[in-house]
Design a protein around this ligand. Sequence first.
Ligand code: NA7
Length: 548
Amino acid sequence: MNGNAVNLDVAVIGAGISGMYSVHCLRAVGLTVRAFDEASGVGGTWHWTRYPGARVDFPGGPFYCYTFSEEIVREFDWPDTQPDQPTVLRYCNFIADKLDLRRHIQLNTRITSVTYEEGSQRWLVETARGEVFQAQFVVCATGSLSAVNNPSIPGLETFKGLSFHTARWPSDLSLAGKRVGVIGTGSSAVQAIPVIAEEAMHLTVFQRTPQFVIPAGNRSIDPETTRYARAKWPEIRNDMVKSKKGSPFPQSSRSALDDTPAQREEMYETWWKRGSQGILIYSYGDHMTNRQANKALSDFVRRKISQIVRDKDIARKLMPEYDIGGKRLVLGTNYFETYNRDNVTLVDLKTDPLLEVTPTGVRTESGHRPLDALVLGTGFDALTGALLRLNITGRDGLRLNDKWSDRFSTYLGMSVRGFPNLFMINGPQTPSVLWNMPLAAELEADWIRDCIVHMRRNKLGAIEPAEGTEANWGREVEATASGTLFTENNSWFMGSNIPGKPRQFIVHLNGPEFFKRLSRVASEDYPGFDVEAERLLHASLQRGTCSP
Ligand code: NA7
């Protein structure tokens, strides 16, 4: 045992939406908990994601938030259907105060290593400030899209202007009068581009792959919706838990091919206008399982692009050729319209490859483009990236980076064999990024709490997946995606955006079944896990403070 270490029952890594809820629910059963975050404030993704135009791109308002407390639902007024980043960050701070979480959260603290000690059945958690904590349990609430992807573009480090990732946007930055370049056209860049174009003198967008972008349709939430949500909250929450996407809005199960082309067009037009309150791809049930159905919708959005973008050559460059939804569908506001502006240039890197960044701009095959600021909208090492950056070493010196070098494997997306008592929230092989993430975080943190309580009651010291359970779980997760078009496209769902990352589908596609499964595993006393008896009688047991 490390004599200088501060003792905790649970170390939570991350103080975003998952980390804050973990602190709340673990503290409630008498556990000593501390959350650590590298950021200077709470909010996780919503602390970092400060680019102009950043908004929730899921059915937002009262549905993208904590769901467990009707009191909280009543007390926070969401102004828009797609809340902007400052509003979500204000909400996170409201929660930290309301639940009195700050005294359990240590900010400005980067975790440098997490190492399992066999003898004590505890983890040593080291920080960049030189502190060491010893915790029986570690909860990785590290965020699904938090490990920034800084691309290796020749000369990037030589750029003399301002250069930064969308998730590291400098505070108080003015782009007025500047020539700005944006590399990437994912969700972040698509939200930022129209706002940057309004402010900058000139904007050049460097596009590697065009995007299907549908209107977010952000609008003020009418008081009636808020009143309804507050009055019916338990039912709404229950419906979201059972819903395939964790959303309160409709999803059709009909085939797009059961309708005539004219009927389909009418349906698509209606859903196009709904924006996030009924996302177009769910207008029929088979867009992601039937290529012909998918093509009908892909063609509809391509027609929209050619109607919106006046210059036919630019419109052609903006046309995606893959299956709609194969990459995460992007919700935007005036995205395609922005290419009608005189101060916006689109560079298609497929036909005009990026050669290098120079001290004064970006050189593509067709020439040099002088820039004052370069924005990297280049995304994230999704789901596994943040975990692999923690430097985790489990039983027998096994490093998570080595275990996952060819393929990642988990049991229930919550735990990894060889890494006892370490849990993940919204990690790989959970519904995560294709479900309602705050709601998923609550359900997964509750499961972790119940597992810890079960262990304490039964004087268990360690729990980890049994031999073979990860392989079975991997097959189950793959089965949820088999026959879908997700696995036939290149996207960060498949690891394709990170050079060298194994090609493996990262999401469990059936949220309701996933959460039912978690409940079943808990109620059956954790089948599929190996457990060990507690070697050290834990202080909180002696004090009898763990009282669920
Ligand atoms: P994304 O969706 O991963 O988008 C990243 C974009 O950056 C995408 O267009 C990439 O092109 C492009 N990219 C990445 N590396 C390069 C290089 N080296 N050169 C040129 N272009 C590159 O990340 P976002 O931040 O936009 O969105 C992530 C999620 O966060 C999103 O779903 C929201 O939920 C919030 P590619 O398509 O790989 O060819």
